[in-house]
Design a binder for this molecule. Sequence first.
Ligand code: NDP
Ligand SMILES: O=C1O[C@H](COP(=O)(O)O)[C@@H](O)[C@H](O)[C@H]1O
Length: 479
Amino acid sequence: MADRTATVVLFGATGDLAKRKLLPGLLHLFHSRLLGDIRLVATSLEEMTREEFIDLASRSIDEFSVHNRDDKVWQAFAKRVYYVPGSAGPQGLAKTVAEAEAEVTGTLPPQRLHYLSVPPKAALAVTRTLAEAGLAEGSRIVMEKPFGTDLASAVALNAAVHEFFDEDQVFRIDHFLGKEAALNILAFRFANGLFEPIWHRNNIEHIQIDVPETLGLEQRASFYEGTGAYRDMVVTHLFQVLAFTAMEPPTALLPQAITEEKNKVFRSMQPINPNDVVRGQYQGYRDEKGVAPESETETFIALKAYIDNWRWAGVPFYLRTGKKLSEGQRIISVAFKEPPKSMFPPGSGVGQNGPDHLTFDLADKAKLSLSFYGKRPGPGFRLDKLSMQFAYQDTSWAGSVLEAYERLIYDAIRGDHTLFTSAEGIERLWEISEPLLDNPPPVRPYALGSWGPNQIHQLIAPRAWRLPFERKWRAPARD
Ligand SMILES: NC(=O)C1=CN([C@@H]2O[C@H](COP(=O)(O)OP(=O)(O)OC[C@H]3O[C@@H](n4cnc5c(N)ncnc54)[C@H](OP(=O)(O)O)[C@@H]3O)[C@@H](O)[C@H]2O)C=CC1
Ligand SMILES: O=C1O[C@H](COP(=O)(O)O)[C@@H](O)[C@H](O)[C@H]1O
C-alpha cells in the first residue's frame, strides 16, 4: 500500500478543523512518506482560486502545524493541491479530481478518500454530490462527528449514506480514538497481566472521564449553537473513550473484534437519566456573535453513567466536559476501592488523600500515573500519597507520535476500520441519550475559568472531582 497514491477530496477545506488539523496533517503525511504520493482536492462554499486556497493552506500550516515546516516539502505539496468551489457542482468537482489525477503514475488508480469536514447538516448533500460526480464507487469516505443529532437523524443519515456508499467504504471518525494516549489504554489493559485481573467492580469504585477545555467557541458559534457540549463531546469522544476503558478483551486487534466489544459496552449502558446530568452555560455565552439571546445550548455537561453488565454493575462513570473552564485537560481516573480494614491508627494518614488512582492523561504529551499510600521516612508510621509516573516525553519515542488525525487519515486511506466507529454503535449511543435529549435539565450559568456550575458536586458526592489536582504531576524529564 505504501506506494499506492491517494487523492484526498476535502469538503469544508476552509473550515476550522481543516485549517487546524487536516491541512497540517496531510502535509505531514506527505512529508513522512508513510503513504505513496498524495493529491489534495479542496472544496468549500467559498469562491476562491487555487492560488488563494494554497495561500490559505500555507498560513494555516504556519499557524497550527506541530511539526517544523520544510520549505522544499511544502513547495512539492503545494503543486499537488487543487481547489474547486462548491458552486462548480458535481461536474466541476469531477473535472478537478480528473485534473489532479491526470499526472499520477502507478499500476493502481489512486485511492480516493473523501473527507467530509462539514457541519452535520451538510453531510448528506455532500454524499449526493459525490454520487452525482461519479466519485463514490471504489472510494472511501470519512464522516465527521456528530453523526446525526439524535437517534432518528442518525438512522436517517446512515440509511442515506448507504444509498451511495457501502458500510465498508464509510469511516466515521472520532479523533479521540486516534490519540496515542487513548490507544495506550488498549496496550496497558490488554498487553499486561498486571491490571486486567482487578479491572472490575470488585476492585474499582468509580471512574472519571474529565475533559475540561479553556477554549471557547473559536468562531464556531453557528455549529455549536445547534450542537452543544453533549453532542459535540460526550455522545462522541467521551463515550468512545469510556468504551476503551470498559470493554472486554477483544479476540484480536481487528476491526470486527474491537467494534464488537465496544458495541457490547454501548448495549449494556443504561439510558442516561436526566436527574444524573448537570448542564451549564458560561456567563456571556448569549452575548457571543451568532448565539441566540435566549439560547439554552449547554457549553458544559457533567453526568453519571452506568454499564449494566457483570464487570461494571453498580460502578458509576462520571463524565465532564465544557468550554471556558479553568484548565484544559483530558484525564481518565480509575479510583480503586479502599482496603476493607486498616491496621494503621487514626491520624496515620491512611485514606486521607482519597483512594488509590490510576490516571491516564490523554494530552498530546501523554502521561500515566498510579497513586498509592506509602510510608513517610522517619520514626512512627505516617502514611502519605505517593505515585509512580510514566510520560512519553521521558522516552526516546517522543518524536514518533502521529497526531490523531494523521493517524486516522492514514488508516482510512489504507482501509483499516479498527479505530473508526460503526453505525450500530452510534445509533445505540443516540438511543441511550433519548431520555436526556427529550427532557434536558435546565442550563445553569457558570463563571468563566471555573469548573462548571456548583451542582457538579452534588452529582458526584460523596466522592469528589479529581480535577483540579492538588498535587502536581512530576515534570517530564524532556520537553
Ligand atoms: N473544529 C474542531 O475542532 C472539530 C470539528 N469537528 C467536526 O468537523 C466538522 C467541521 O467542523 P468545523 O471545521 O469546526 O466547522 P466550520 O464551520 O469551521 O467549517 C465548515 C466548513 O464546511 C463548509 N460547508 C458548510 N456548509 C457546507 C455545505 N453545505 N457543503 C459543503 N461545504 C459546506 C464551510 O464552508 P464556508 O466556510 O465557505 O461556509 C466550511 O469550509 C463538524 O462536523 C465538526 O463536528 C470534529 C472535531 C473537532
Ligand atoms: O471534536 C471536538 O474536539 C475538540 C477537542 O479536541 P482536542 O483533541 O483538542 O482535545 C473540541 O474543542 C471541539 O469543540 C470538538 O468539536
